[in-house]
Design a protein around this ligand. Structure first.
Ligand code: NG1
Ligand code: ZN
Length: 556
């Protein structure tokens, strides 16, 4: 470690304004003007992480996803495209907060090297990409300074969706192995998705055009490029594709806006019966929607995508008579499991358990938790209600798909479809474009309308609100985010309110990405849901450090 080189490089990125940094659910995320020292520290940490993996390539994505354009963020990606391992999150936090002086940063670097027994003579390879935020380029430059100060090699892929960055990381690190994931280029990514989609939908009548809201972010140009590879196998119309005008990214558009507001985005004309979807600002989330003839808005969210996918894969596996080889030598049917969070609509959970008869596992919020839980199944379907998720296939499942031939033409066709799905679905991370094609492939294969898909089960009315509090750290979630252990006494008050409503469910948890606590409520009717949600918002605000305007005082 060349201390003088690190000290000299740090002098251009010193942290001077007292902000306390925290590597949260989605890495570091905040107002972009505060991020320069953080980026430098992430560059240093990425080098150490790569060295600790004996020179494997580590990814860095610069994005603040669905958050406003003025924000930005950064997260690290492990060699197979997963989120940074949890034990390193605290190193990231310590290092970012140590950018106040050369002594502080050298001490933290040294402590990480010792704690992880890192061999500093190992090489370090980093790849970086960013979304369309105006602050992105300068932040990447700060990151590169950090990487180079510790002697790492870095390749800048420029503008990418988050899942594209995860894809290239996985490709680079699996090249030449039995689980090679593909060519680490943007073109190969589009080609892989488009070829799988074309194969699986071959011979079926095409669906009506899909309206796609690009949230004026990176998903828009990526969709345009993907569209060229898809040719006439997929018909769509892209709106909200202006990535050049300031202030438009995610503004009243995108997956998060549509999910929370339960309405169509700005910039989209949506006639009754038309099919539509929204990507988020870095294209790792997607939700679908349509409006009924009576103008009722219908959202097809992550829960609906998960049930559609699980049902489809189980149908294919059953018609293909897939058997999976187990460690004890036996061969047993494919085991499909579904992973949800507390934000999943209660009706979806009931549908999965009672109708699909698929096991459901609950994890805390944040895809790293869901991803991990999904790995326990042959086919692990995981989606957050907000539309962030994917489907993971175990090596044994992939082997079964590859080695089965099928005893009838129908079985052979189902096996072929399962093989296509393993290429179509991004195995590294939730991916809006891949998920969009997955949904369109299933609906094409089944010739199913949005309205029919929506009628699989009826969502309970739900509401999600934010409450600004003095210190969200006072709120400590337990039991996969469904309850709070602290502040003492608050959970009892929430329980009292929930008990007043039929089918009532409500929980409060601190956000990992915004300086707020979230309140989620469900009940039998819209009116009861809103009453429950705003009553609990009021309890939190009045008794537990609310700041600013009191939420929805008109109701309570
Ligand atoms: P927080 O801010 O911790 O609730 C949000 C989403 C997560 C996840 C992360 C990462 C909700 C309720 N929360 O986390 O599901 O997607 O952002 O972007 O949607
Ligand atoms: Zn996102």
């Amino acid at each position: 470690m060349d201390s003088s080189k690190i000290s000299a490089a740090l002098s251009a990125h010193l942290h001077t304004n007292g902000t306390v940094f925290q590597y949260g659910t989605a890495g570091f995320r905040m107002d972009a003007t505060l991020l320069d020292p953080v980026m430098f520290s992430v560059g240093l940490l990425a080098v150490l992480r790569s060295k600790s993996h004996k020179g494997k390539t580590i990814g860095v994505m610069v994005t603040a996803s669905h958050n406003p354009e003025k924000d930005n963020g950064v997260k690290l990606v492990e060699p197979l495209g997963e989120m940074l391992v949890q034990s390193w999150e605290s190193y990231a936090t310590k290092l970012a907060n140590a950018t106040t002086s050369a002594d502080a940063i050298l001490a933290v670097l040294d402590s990480i090297v010792k704690a992880e027994s890192i061999d500093l003579s190992q090489p370090a390879h980093i790849v970086v990409a960013r979304d369309t935020r105006p602050s992105g380029q300068a932040l990447v430059a700060s990151l590169i300074d950090g990487v180079q100060a510790l002697g790492g090699h870095i390749k800048d892929y420029g503008l990418f969706t988050t899942p594209q960055l995860h894809y290239v990381v996985r490709c680079i690190n699996t090249a030449g192995t039995a689980s090679a994931y593909g060519e680490p280029t943007e073109e190969a990514y589009y080609e892989k998705l488009a070829n799988a989609f074309k194969k699986i939908t071959d011979g079926y009548p095409r669906l009506s055009p899909l309206l796609i809201d690009g949230a004026n972010g990176i998903g828009a140009p990526a969709m345009e490029k993907l569209g060229k590879y898809l040719g006439d196998s997929f018909s769509y119309q892209l709106v909200n594709k202006d990535i050049d005008s300031r202030g438009k990214l995610n503004f009243d558009s995108g997956a998060d806006f549509v999910k929370i507001k339960q309405t169509k985005p700005l910039g989209m004309d949506l006639a009754p019966g038309q099919r539509a979807c929204s990507l988020d600002g870095d294209a790792d989330r997607i939700v679908f929607y349509f409006i009924e003839q009576d103008n009722t808005f219908r959202l097809l969210d992550g829960d609906k995508i998960a049930t559609l996918a699980a049902d489809f894969i189980m149908d294919l596996a059953s018609s293909a008579e897939i058997l999976v080889q187990r460690d004890d030598g036996s061969r047993t049917p494919l085991q499909v499991g579904l992973v949800q969070t507390a934000y999943a609509n209660g009706s979806s959970t009931a549908y999965v358990k009672d109708t699909l008869k698929v096991p459901v596992v609950f994890t805390p919020t944040g895809v790293k938790h869901l991803h991990h839980a999904a790995e326990a199944f042959d086919v692990g379907v995981y989606f957050e209600a907000n539309g962030h998720g994917t489907v993971l296939f175990s090596p044994a499942a992939i082997h079964a798909f590859k080695s089965s031939t099928g005893s009838t033409p129908a079985a052979a066709k189902s096996i072929e479809a399962l093989r296509c799905l393993t290429d179509l679905i991004n195995q590294a991370v939730g991916d809006a474009l891949s998920d969009m094609l997955l949904v369109e492939a299933v609906l094409t294969y089944q010739q199913k309308s949005f309205s029919k898909w929506n009628s699989d089960y009826t969502d309970l009315p739900s509401r999600q609100e934010k409450v600004k509090v003095a210190n969200r750290g006072d709120f400590v979630p337990i039991k996969a985010d469904t309850e709070l252990s602290h502040p003492l006494g608050l959970q009892g008050k929430i329980n009292e309110e929930v008990a007043k409503f039929s089918k009532g469910r409500c929980f409060v948890r601190p956000s990992g990405t915004e300086d707020i606590v979230r309140v989620y409520a469900e009940a039998a009717t819209r009116d009861e849901t809103d009453r429950l949600c705003y009553t609990v918002c009021g309890i939190v605000f009045d008794g537990y450090g609310g700041v600013g305007a009191r939420p929805a005082t008109f109701l309570c």
